[in-house]
Design a protein around this ligand. Structure first.
Ligand SMILES: *[C@@H]1O[C@H](CO)[C@@H](O)[C@H](O)[C@H]1NC(C)=O
Ligand SMILES: *[C@@H]1O[C@H](CO)[C@@H](O)[C@H](O)[C@H]1NC(C)=O
Ligand SMILES: *[C@@H]1O[C@H](CO)[C@@H](O)[C@H](O)[C@H]1NC(C)=O
Ligand SMILES: *[C@@H]1O[C@H](CO)[C@@H](O)[C@H](O)[C@H]1NC(C)=O
Ligand SMILES: *[C@@H]1O[C@H](CO)[C@@H](O)[C@H](O)[C@H]1NC(C)=O
Ligand SMILES: *[C@@H]1O[C@H](CO)[C@@H](O)[C@H](O)[C@H]1NC(C)=O
Ligand SMILES: *[C@@H]1O[C@H](CO)[C@@H](O)[C@H](O)[C@H]1NC(C)=O
Length: 921
């Protein structure tokens, strides 16, 4: 009996073992694949849920299998940290490998990657790989999509890439790849063999030499050729004209010489053509064959001769940028110009006349041409230096934005969640107006469509802060919000990452080629762990019931509060805060405004001679600035908002209240305002001597020696310190730049233009949409949307660099902060900055004060706000530097009773760039 019992037990166990084996065979991963995956898992800190023995069977996140073989690994944005093991070669059936946006995935790309001969998609964009791209990549003959961009690859482009005959997409951009582009010869492969490839994205590397004429021939089917930002020399090969399929050409930011080959004109499908920043010369090429051209940039290329009128008759042309060349003669668009035209920018050329035709629907910029120096002409709108400051941010969809806890962010539908975020980079968009919301709305729609088509759990997307960066890419911040839960699962994030990294998402055609760089995502929903499960059901039920009661209570209170708020708001709307001021009788009768007076429309009309063009002293996106002369002869500057750009009454009131509270000799004062139904105007004290920017560029005719520059620096610093430390609540200016620092008598500097300013809250920072001016903008603020007073310190640091170098912040694609940092060598005399510093400064300054000044400027432009000094420290430092030079920082007139040789000669006036816009509450 005992024996048979043991027998039965043994049989039963046997049966169990067989059963388990049968079950597991069905799900078992091929052992070689399994071993390879385990090796990968050991060489990086992988997704935390790669657990269990059987990757396919126990569904390891991001691993796709077919018949027990691993065919795809998609781990976009998983926060992988470590290296890619050479054992990846074991995955011999692998078709898709996407490890994008894992910037801590570093080391070399293993040579053994060449063993994955079934691979058709290889995506490593936005990782941290370094070293050369292995030659073995040429063995991946099934490869269709190869994206190695935004890593730190070095070495040359492997010629073996020429063997990838099925390749559609080749992206090696934004690495440190050097040498020339390989082309085939006798027995060697080269990129000219890639007749099926539609995309050569090779920009932002260190490629050099000539682009071989052999690279291009009529059998190619290239649509995008992007080689911008390299070190190519020699002529642009005319064989390029054979590639009839071409749509987007970026050859800018190289050192091409000679003239533009005439037969580029046969490229009848080109939409966007960038040839800026090269050493070309000769006449503007004949482009009238480029039928569908809509964006043309040939800035800073040494072009000569005149602009032919027939250029503008290309019927899809929208934007023409020909700044900083030597174009001469007269500018005439003819009468048959494209009805799509939005912008013609020919600033800083030698153009002498301009045939203005009535009713142009587009913008023309001619500042810096001889025509704008002539009497009378200088005040014409087309001679004004204006800058675009439009911006965009996805608005809430008919809901009240909520305050979210800690790291959560409100979605466009006003739900708090943890969005997946990153930046979209558009390499050649075809529009120049970044303030057109229709454009962003179509982008939002197409993103949502893509996510829905791929069945991803996305509730909504939000776009923010479009900006043209230094590489002339359009950068837009993207937030993707989860549906159903407040955060994404790993599959959700890697799925979204893949849709963007694999270019499954196609933006509307006007956006052109793009890439995406995702941020690490930290808020995954993790599979529930044992400890969570062990919480007793009783507690859960109790908590749920209690929780629901609380939630219902909260809801009732919330609804009540919402109603009350709504009522209060409705009441506020009904009673217009300015309704009672709307007449002459009320001048000065406004409460809370100290010093600022109310002026009537009629008064201001009289002062400006009915807003006559001759009184225009500035203009910008918001409208125009006029000089006005009061009856007693006193001069004022009047900023009049365009009707379309007017802010609400409430915001206008906020701005004048803010301005009426600041009184300091280094801050421009507000004299009054006018608010008259369809008019919003601000009246300032008039500062006759122009801006610091004009002073530095020599436009004002004042010689700014070192002593005078220090005097200006201390004034501006004190004005800014006043805003930060002595106004309550503190004000962040948000748009500090040399153009907003005005020079009054005795070179007393005054900070102007509070159109973008903000009060700081109690916590010392506020979250707000990014606004400001390129070149001055604090990168930390741009990335985080967190505005602090240190953002002004950054901008002020850029101004200090301008003061000491005499250069504008962004010149021909070069950024002053980077230039100074790159050239700086502290061991050398004058920090080795002789070349960069303004000669006018070097002659009169002691090296010691210059060095201290540069030290201070670089502290102000530190990457992180916390490392920058406060304005009070900046003031102290400048005072100290003045003492080194033997100046008394508190003496007003000494050495600075500057006479303005030729001041006031039709200058571009200061109050140019403010916005009346307050787009966020
Ligand atoms: C283009 O293709 C044709 C036909 O396949 C071939 O005969 C010709 O040599 C090719 N031309 C070039 C320049 O490769
Ligand atoms: C391209 O342009 C060149 C010179 O401008 C011309 O000789 C050639 O025939 C053109 N090729 C095509 C395919 O139109
Ligand atoms: C410019 O190119 C067009 C189209 O290719 C041609 O018709 C025209 O004659 C050319 N003009 C000049 C001045 O060469
Ligand atoms: C424009 O420049 C070209 C080339 O430098 C020169 O030949 C021509 O005479 C100039 N035309 C005028 C009107 O100055
Ligand atoms: C805005 O964009 C739309 C779509 O591209 C276009 O039709 C419209 O003309 C643009 N508006 C302005 C003011 O540029
Ligand atoms: C890993 O996570 C994914 C979703 O992110 C899930 O589908 C899968 O079942 C998880 N695997 C394990 C072993 O928990
Ligand atoms: C990758 O994107 C292409 C379009 O660019 C699409 O055809 C393909 O199906 C995508 N691959 C996968 C595996 O979804």
């Amino acid at each position: 009996m005992v024996v048979s019992m043991a027998m039965m037990l043994r049989i039963f166990i046997c049966f169990l073992v067989v059963l388990i084996q049968v079950l597991s065979v069905a799900a078992r991963t091929n052992p070689v694949d399994s071993a390879a995956l385990k090796s990968l898992k050991d060489s990086w800190y992988g997704p935390s849920n790669w657990t269990g023995e059987d990757p396919c069977g126990s569904s390891w996140g991001g691993v796709g299998c077919r018949n027990s073989r691993v065919i795809s690994i998609t781990l976009s944005s998983m926060g992988l940290n470590g290296q890619l093991s050479g054992d990846v070669q074991g995955l011999s059936e692998l078709e898709t490998l996407d490890l994008s946006y894992n910037k801590d995935l570093t080391g070399y790309l293993p040579q053994s990657i060449g063993k994955l001969t079934k691979l058709s998609i290889l995506i490593l964009v936005g990782c941290g790989f370094s070293g050369p791209i292995p030659d073995s990549i040429g063995s991946l003959t099934r490869l269709v999509f190869l994206s190695l961009n935004s890593n730190q690859f070095t070495g040359r482009i492997p010629a073996t890439i020429g063997y990838l005959t099925e390749l559609n997409w080749l992206d090696l951009s934004d690495n440190q790849i050097e040498g020339n582009i390989p082309v085939s010869s006798e027995s060697n492969p080269g990129l000219d063999m890639l007749v099926n490839t539609k995309h050569f994205h090779l920009g932002k590397n260190q490629l050099s030499g000539e682009i071989p004429a052999r690279l291009f021939h009529s059998n190619m089917t290239l649509r995008h050729l992007l080689v911008e930002n390299n070190r190519f020399t020699g002529v642009i090969p005319d064989t390029l004209g054979f590639v009839q399929t071409m749509e987007v050409l970026r050859l800018d930011r190289n050192a091409f010489s000679g003239s533009v080959p005439q037969n580029l004109n046969n490229l009848t499908h080109v939409n966007e053509l960038y040839i800026s920043n090269n050493n070309l010369k000769g006449l503007l090429p004949n482009l009238t064959g480029m039928n569908v051209l809509n964006y043309l940039v040939m800035e800073d290329t040494g072009l000569q001769g005149s602009v032919p009128a027939n250029l503008f008759s290309l019927h899809q042309l929208q934007t023409v940028i020909l700044r900083n060349n030597k174009l001469n003669g007269s500018l005439d668009t003819g009468t048959t110009y494209s009805n799509q035209l939005k912008l013609i920018d020919v600033q800083n050329n030698l153009i002498e006349s301009f045939t203005q035709r009535p009713g142009y629907p587009f913008q023309i910029k001619l500042a810096g041409n001889p025509i704008c120096n002539e009497r009378g002409e200088g005040r014409k709108t087309y001679c004004m230096e204006t800058q675009q400051t439009e911006t965009y941010s996805t608005p809430p969809e008919n809901c009240l934005p909520t305050e979210c806890s800690s790291n959560q962010v409100p979605s466009p539908t006003c739900k708090c969640a943890f969005p997946y975020t990153g930046n979209l980079f558009f390499r050649a968009p075809s529009f120049s107006n970044l303030g057109n919301r229709t454009i962003y709305e179509t982008l939002q729609k197409s993103l949502m469509q893509s996510f829905q088509n791929t069945k991803l759990p996305v509730e909504s997307v939000s776009l923010r802060n479009p900006i043209r960066d230094l590489d002339d890419y359009l950068v837009i911040q993207l937030q993707v919000f989860p549906s159903s839960q407040d955060r994404f699962t790993r599959t959700g994030v890697s799925g979204i990452g893949f849709v963007l990294s694999n270019q499954t998402f196609k933006p509307p055609s006007s956006f052109g080629p793009f890439f995406f760089i995702g941020d690490p995502y930290k808020y995954f929903v993790e599979a529930s762990t044992g400890s969570k499960k062990s919480i007793s059901t009783g507690i859960i039920i109790g908590a749920t019931v209690g929780g629901s009661v609380l939630a219902i209570l909260a809801l009732i209170i919330g609804i009540y509060a919402f109603r009350q708020k709504k009522r209060a708001e409705d009441a506020a709307k009904r009673s217009d805060p300015f309704a009672s001021w709307d007449s002459n009788k009320h001048s000065g009768a406004v409460p809370q405004l100290t010093g600022a007076r109310f002026f009537s429309f009629e008064e201001i009309k009289k002062w400006t001679n009915n807003f006559s063009e001759t009184n225009v002293i500035g203009c910008g996106g918001y409208g125009k600035v006029y000089r006005g002369s009061l009856l007693n002869g006193e001069l004022v500057a009047i900023k009049r908002a365009l009707q379309g750009s007017m802010q609400g009454a409430h915001e206008f009131k906020t701005e004048i209240e803010l301005l009426s509270r600041v009184h300091h000799k280094n801050v421009v004062g507000l004299a009054g305002f006018c608010f008259d139904q369809v008019e919003q105007m601000l009246v300032y004290e008039y500062i006759p001597n122009g801006t610091l920017k004009d002073g530095l560029s020599g436009k004002t005719g004042v010689r700014l020696d070192w002593m005078r520059r220090l005097r200006i620096a201390i004034g501006a610093a004190r004005g800014l310190q006043y805003l930060h430390d002595h106004v309550n609540p503190p004000i962040v200016h948000r748009d500090i730049k040399s153009n907003n620092i005005l020079l009054a008598d005795h070179l007393n500097a005054k900070v102007a233009d509070f159109g973008l300013s903000k009060f700081l809250g109690e916590r010392g920072h506020i979250t707000t949409q990014v606004k400001g001016t390129m070149g001055y903008m604090d990168p930390e603020y741009y990335m985080t949307n967190q505005l602090t007073e240190k953002s002004d310190v950054f901008s002020f640091g850029v101004v200090l660099l301008e003061i000491v170098t005499g250069k504008v912040p962004i010149d021909k694609g070069r950024y002053i902060v980077k230039e100074v940092k790159d050239a700086m060598d502290m061991t050398k005399d004058l920090y080795n900055l002789h070349e960069i510093l303004d000669p006018a400064v070097c002659s009169g300054a002691t090296p010691r004060s210059l060095e201290k000044f540069v030290d201070l400027a670089l502290k102000c432009v530190e990457e992180k706000g916390v490392n920058r000094p406060k304005m009070s420290e900046v003031v102290k430092q400048i005072e100290y530097i003045m003492e080194i030079e033997g100046l008394n920082p508190d003496d007003e007139s000494a050495s600075t009773s500057a006479t303005y040789e030729g001041a006031n000669k039709g200058l571009n006036h200061p109050y140019t760039e403010s916005l009346f816009v307050y787009s966020e509450a």
